[in-house]
Design a protein around this ligand. Sequence first.
Ligand code: GAR
Length: 216
Amino acid sequence: MSEAGPPRVVVLASGSGTNFGALRSAIEADRCHARIVGLVSDRKKAGALQRAARHGIPTAVLPKPKGETRDEWSARLAERVRSYAPDLVVLAGFMRVLSPAFVDAFPGRVVNVHPSLLPAFPGIDAPAQAVAAGVRLSGCTVHLVDHGVDTGAILAQAAVPVLEGDDAASLHQRIQVQEHHLLPRVIDAIGRGHLALDPVRWLRTATGPDAVLVAP
Ligand code: GAR
């Protein structure tokens, strides 16, 4: 973390950016001790870019060209993100898998929000997976990013019911309400030093609960 002041956060987003918006609003309302210093997207049409620009947050777009490998693109992305000198990188609806080279550039400092109760339903279309499986409870997870897909240490979770007649969209909407509370709370806890992210310990216990669980 920075020596003084709130931690510098770079947000990575591919979509409409409601999680980014919730984080930004929480910071503005003094409910989250952090400072967003940049938003980077892989999609030039991502709504998150407009949201950021409206609030004077610097943005960058780095689409992955077809001819470039994931490793090459991840390395370029890491360089760009590093140029903002972040203390934390927050994946808020970032829909690409990052190479280990990216994750290792910010050890123990990359946080993701995922729309399921991990380890259930990792990967894409998590709400659709939950509906198809017929589970009665789903939710969201905020976790550290490791080299796997949605496998990093779980920091916090919030649960929602899956209701009769739910489809992926209605379930996702209910989950997102919780994401918008949970993500700012976790970033706030990290920013205030209440949630210790010890990279060495994290690397040793990559699959274990290595941090305090934040109640939703
Ligand atoms: C969020 O629900 C987030 O959990 C999900 O994308 C959505 C983005 O919404 N992320 C993933 O599925 C990552 N595997 P937003 O753009 O409105 O914040």
